[in-house]
Design a binder for this molecule. Structure first.
Ligand code: AMP
Length: 504
């Protein structure tokens, strides 16, 4: 059977037509059915001449098989897609639509989005219904030798999300790595937990396709309940677990459950893999393979990997993030030559061509080294025995429960409210992990905290995804400044913690 990607780089493995390709909460699609549905969308686009699109298409919904079908159809048509999950507030989605110029929304959810200036296609299994008034001007398609595959929006420090543009060459470099260097085969069942708006999900979304394997989609109602998720893994004999370490924590506490006996691989990315999690997994699943991988969305999912063996566990704590993948280089930009740590710079075709419509930031972050795309990560790290170790960030980007958050995006959003004169946001840490986000605000006019919350919280809920809403907001009279004239966040945290203690 010949799958829709006739491109040899993408799929080299023989597809078995009756093997499951995509499973969601309602449907099980074999490879044969999957290909038919992909082709149906392609014909639908061709009928309306939308295959001539230059603009990206929004794929909206939550963990539906139709979303995977839509993603593969867009790849086949060489139309860039923007994956958006229902967890995003409408205002954020509207902003993304405007900044990307997307004119078509493939809606795989039950709710209409009704974004101004778009044509919405309601997708349900094999049926498409078009709503919206817009007619689309077919612009002449720009033929590029490296067309865009997707744009994933991440938190942006200016107060708006930023769109990371990933091209075909980047995806091909990534899938070559996944199919050749991890030991996966077409018999593997990739367990998807992350939403498609996060690039962690690209692990499963691209790998199952490149291998002719299976992707098992788990919606939030399932992944929030360990017993439900484990039963699904048992039913479909899931083999590859992909998640942030934070998500896996609950399962390492449970220890080995016979429902998980099909698991062969644990693949981690997105934040520090604590030694204790890897050690517990090693004990509970002695014959499984644990990979720690590292990389930002801007370099297509992951750039380094290492198998966490018993030997590595015994030798290192904290754990290394491993070796750069083939086709990739990481160099360290050191402040002084005699220091061994500094900012990590990633070089290779898998690096993004830059943020969408953001020349100022692109100039700071993306550049060329020896004619290759390079990205300044903001991550600090060092090499020891050829192994890379991460040491935190040189900016205000944090990870909380595995979510990437720019603290300045929260402060800038709060500042938009008329009541606020200034705002600054911090992440409170315990054992080096951010546990709570607190925003400190200076008000234009005095008011009670209760009154402020009543106005600020609905505003934040409309603007920010739930995982970026601060756990507390503290009203202060002014900020302290340190000797380099920057806001002294440590002082604010100290005073905040003092206030909390005095309340007990
Ligand atoms: P994201 O773009 O959401 O994948 O987040 C990328 C950021 O997560 C990186 O720039 C790092 O700061 C952090 N990160 C990713 N993987 C790891 C890892 N294995 N260990 C430590 N930090 C990581």
């Amino acid at each position: 059977m010949k799958f829709c990607f006739e491109s040899k780089e993408f799929i080299e493995h023989q597809i078995e037509p009756y093997r499951l390709a995509v499973v969601d909460d309602l449907r099980e699609l074999t490879w044969l059915q999957f290909e038919q549905e992909v082709n149906l969308i392609c014909s639908f686009f061709t009928k309306y001449q939308w295959d001539k699109f230059n603009k990206p298409v929004i794929i909206y919904g939550h963990k539906k098989a139709e979303m995977i079908v839509a993603i593969y159809a867009m790849m086949k048509l060489k139309i860039a897609y923007i994956p958006l999950d229902v967890i995003y507030p409408k205002q954020r989605i509207s902003y993304i639509q405007k900044v990307s110029g997307a004119e078509v929304v493939l809606n795989c959810s039950h709710e209409p989005l009704n974004l101004e200036g778009t044509l919405e296609v309601k997708m349900e299994a094999n049926e498409f219904r078009i709503t919206g008034e817009k007619t689309i001007a077919n612009s002449e398609k720009i033929i590029s030798d490296d067309p865009l595959v997707y744009i994933i929006f991440t938190s942006g420090s200016t107060g708006e999300p930023k769109g990371v543009q990933i091209t075909t060459k980047a995806i091909q470099s990534f899938t070559r790595w996944m199919t050749n260097d991890f030991g996966f085969t077409n018999k593997d069942v990739f367990i998807n937990i992350a939403i498609f708006s996060f690039d962690l999900s690209v692990y499963e979304v691209m790998s199952f396709g490149a291998l002719g394997a299976t992707i098992l989609l788990n919606d939030r109602a399932t992944s929030d309940l360990p017993d439900k998720l484990m039963s699904r893994i048992e039913k479909y004999k899931g083999t590859v677990w992909v998640s942030t370490p934070s998500f896996a924590l609950a399962y390492t506490r449970i220890g080995f459950d016979p429902k998980l006996s099909s698991l062969k691989y644990f693949l981690f990315c997105g934040e520090t893999l604590p030694h204790s999690i890897a050690a517990n997994l090693h004990k509970s699943f002695p014959s499984s393979i644990i990979f720690n991988t590292y990389g930002p969305t801007e370099a297509t999912v992951a750039t380094t990997k290492i198998e966490i063996t018993r030997k590595i566990l015994d030798a290192y704590n904290p754990l290394p993030v491993g070796f750069p993948k083939p086709e990739s280089r990481i160099i360290i930009d050191k402040e002084k030559e005699d220091k061994n740590e500094g900012e990590l710079i990633i070089i290779g075709d898998h690096v993004s061509i830059g943020y969408l419509n953001n020349p100022a930031l692109n100039q700071q972050k993306f550049f060329s080294i020896d004619g290759q795309r390079s990205y300044r990560t903001g991550d600090l790290g060092y090499f020891e025995n050829g192994l890379l170790f991460c040491k935190g960030r040189n900016d205000d980007q944090i990870k909380m429960h595995g979510y990437r958050i720019e603290l300045n995006e929260i402060s800038n959003t709060i500042r938009k409210l008329n009541l606020i004169s200034d705002a600054v946001t911090v992440g409170l840490k315990k054992n080096n992990e951010v546990k709570k986000i607190v925003s400190f605000v200076i008000l234009k006019n005095e008011m009670e905290k209760k009154e402020l919350f009543a106005q600020l919280l609905p505003f934040l809920n409309k603007t920010l995804p739930y995982y970026m809403i601060p756990g507390d907001i503290d009203i202060v009279k002014n900020f302290h400044y340190n000797s380099s004239h920057k806001i002294d966040k440590n002082k604010l945290i100290e005073e905040y913690l003092d206030k909390q203690l005095n309340r007990i």
